[in-house]
Design a protein around this ligand. Structure first.
Ligand code: ADP
Ligand code: F6P
Length: 325
């Protein structure tokens, strides 16, 4: 019996990210170019277990490259950690003739992909998350758009903060990771950045810093707080009471996950989507695609999941130095 892949499935899982549509489009079109059939699985692993599976052709992905979100929808499916559901999902793939699967999502989704590969479905993961928290890759689909959205929003908050001579705490997403916070810290020239990876929260130090800045004539004080630290609203109340300076908290929230993807997210997601299909056609499975030192490469999922990642220490230092005149 030939082991050649005939039908490729694609799904998105976990939090959506701008650029996921570009990746789906690339999977569909590259697969069709290589003579494969393509099936779209709706709502991640939840939809797979419900057999929400649709046929896709080149036209199904027309006019989506510029759209945020994911046309396949996404979900979190908590029962998928159970081996019985993983086996059932692999059986459903076989029933629908899906012999190769592309999973677009974060670390959690990769664990699901790893289990499907162990149950006999050739599976490739693509890093899709705004959080940039996947260790094997310097790039994740959606981060570039999200961090630009956050940067623009913080510029706007800063305008009003300066006019009112206020202190502003702006909370950005990232789950347990501080990449969006750190990048915005540098890009927006924030006076303070609070990162979960460098948790040394000392409110008195922060208060002293705000007062010192005011004495030097600073008209605003921007604090970027990572979601992993949180508590921005109560922090604002305490800081206002301690400094006597009006302090407001803004939680940017889900607006960071939406919007039209940047050029980088469209191009990288397209490249990764096509590469996933090429890897499946080469007979590879249990792999994830990453971007490292200018190259798109693939890793064994088990190895990728065992890797650790940290924010760049040099950038943490310069973020502090450059934000304070
Ligand atoms: P992300 O993929 O962005 O990290 P989650 O951590 O929410 O997002 O994971 C997305 C989905 O991946 C989960 O809802 C679940 O269906 C699946 N998943 C997460 N962890 C595991 C696991 N250990 N085994 C199997 N599937 C998992
Ligand atoms: O992983 C992406 C992300 O947006 C995180 O930054 C955030 O912690 C989480 O998802 C929010 O999830 P939900 O959409 O379920 O509120």
């Amino acid at each position: 019996m030939s082991n050649e892949i005939k039908t490729i499935g694609v799904l998105t899982s976990g939090g959506d990210a701008p650029g996921m549509n570009a990746a789906i489009r690339a999977v569909v079109r590259e697969a069709i170019c290589k003579g494969k059939k393509v099936k779209g699985i709706k709502r991640g692993y939840a939809g797979l277990l419900q057999e929400e599976i649709i046929d896709m052709d080149a036209h199904s992905v027309s006019d989506i490259i510029s759209r945020g979100g994911t046309i396949l929808q996404t979900a979190r499916c908590y029962e998928f950690v159970e081996p019985e559901y993983q086996k059932e999902a692999a059986d459903i793939c076989r029933k629908h003739g899906i012999d190769g699967l592309v999973v677009i999502g974060g670390d959690g989704s990769f664990k699901g992909a790893q289990k499907l590969a162990a149950n006999g479905i050739n599976t490739i993961g693509l890093p899709g998350t705004i959080d940039l928290d996947i260790a094997c890759t310097e790039y994740t689909i959606g981060f570039d758009t999200a961090v630009n959205t956050a940067m623009d929003a913080i510029d706007k908050v800063r305008d009003t903060s300066t006019s009112h001579e206020r202190c502003s705490i702006i909370e950005v997403m990232g789950r347990g990771a501080g990449y969006i916070a750190l990048w915005c810290g540098i890009a927006n020239g924030a006076e303070d950045v609070l990162l979960p990876e460098r948790y040394d929260y000392d409110e008195q130090k922060l208060v002293n810093h705000i007062i010192e800045g005011r004495k030097k004539g600073k008209q605003h004080h921007i604090i970027i707080n990572a979601e992993g630290i949180g508590h921005s609203l109560s922090m604002a109340k305490r800081i206002e009471a301690a400094t006597g300076i009006e302090t407001r908290a803004t939680i940017l929230g889900h607006m960071q996950r939406g919007g039209s993807p940047t050029c980088k997210d469209r191009v990288y997601a397209s490249t990764m989507g096509a590469l996933a299909v090429d890897l499946l056609c080469e007979g590879k499975t249990n792999r994830v695609v990453g971007y490292d030192h200018g190259e798109f490469i693939d890793f064994d999922i088990d190895e990728a999941l065992a890797m650790n990642k940290d924010v760049n220490e040099y950038q943490v230092r310069i973020c502090k130095d450059l934000g304070n005149s």
